[in-house]
Design a protein around this ligand. Sequence first.
Ligand code: G3H
Ligand code: 13P
Ligand code: ZN
Length: 312
Amino acid sequence: MPYVKTKQILEKAHNENYAVGAFNVNDLEFVQAIIKAAVLENSPAIIEVSEGALKYAGDGDVERGAFVLASMVKHFAETVSVPIALHLDHGHDLKHIMAAIKAGFGSVMIDASDKPFEENMRITRQIVEIAHAAGVAVEAELGRLMGVEDNVVSAESVLVHPDEAKEFVTQTQVDFLAPAVGTSHGAFKFKGEAKIDYDRIAAVKELTQIPLVLHGASGVPGKWVELAEKYGADLSGAKGVPDEVLQTAISKGINKVNMDTDLRIAFVAGLRKHLAENPKEFDPRKYFSEAKDFVTEVVRDRMRVLGSAGKA
Ligand code: G3H
Ligand code: 13P
Ligand code: ZN
């Protein structure tokens, strides 16, 4: 197998009611760590790349970055027996989306969620036409992710409206939808109790019947935060989406769960630990290896929580 299309992975998850992790990468080490975790857990995995990651991997040239990352992912995927897909995360303009399509990504996200509803719909429709002509699936976002300062009073204005979601999916023919339901990006998600609007997820699923995506879904597990802090990191106030909240969201219809922060924290914990314990070490293969092993461990744990373990 198995460099596969994102749609193949997500349709199975949608039909069988579980979720697959979409893990962000910028470099070789994260690609290796995620694919290793997928093999060990016999799980499908989606590897995703932000616009910033395209720029980083291409040393400033996004087209080069798309080819470098796609080549790496394809070659690794072809040597394992679990399905691996590649996705462009938060595409904002045609340049990045075309770079991903040309490089062979299986899906792209068009994120026009900061635009008014009608404009988001128009932009998304255009991208769907271009991407579908190339056999590439499209994810779009409706509503806005919460900022840590947002609260229930402002929630109505930022969260997805299920009736709009239905119209949006019908008009755009988008393949996957990310409805804003209360999460936010990064390591500092909730001031108080973690809250996600489960009813909104269920209503959107009922009305759209397509795979739904949860952004800002890192759990920020205490184990990794504490380890990073033991070796000098300052992550005070870090808070993620608890496992049981994630699992309830999945039971309501989430099939793609985006995580970047968890991998970053595990990596930095491993790197700090290794460097602190081995002050004479300067071989990157040594300090990256421990960091990479921690990324594999956190990804394996996430695969079990999401229910994708054993589903390859
Ligand atoms: O959703 C954002 C992802 O965590 C990617 O972040 O834009 O810093 O690469 P980035
Ligand atoms: P986290 O910041 O919670 O890891 O979310 C990542 C994400 O949504 C990427 O699109
Ligand atoms: Zn996101």
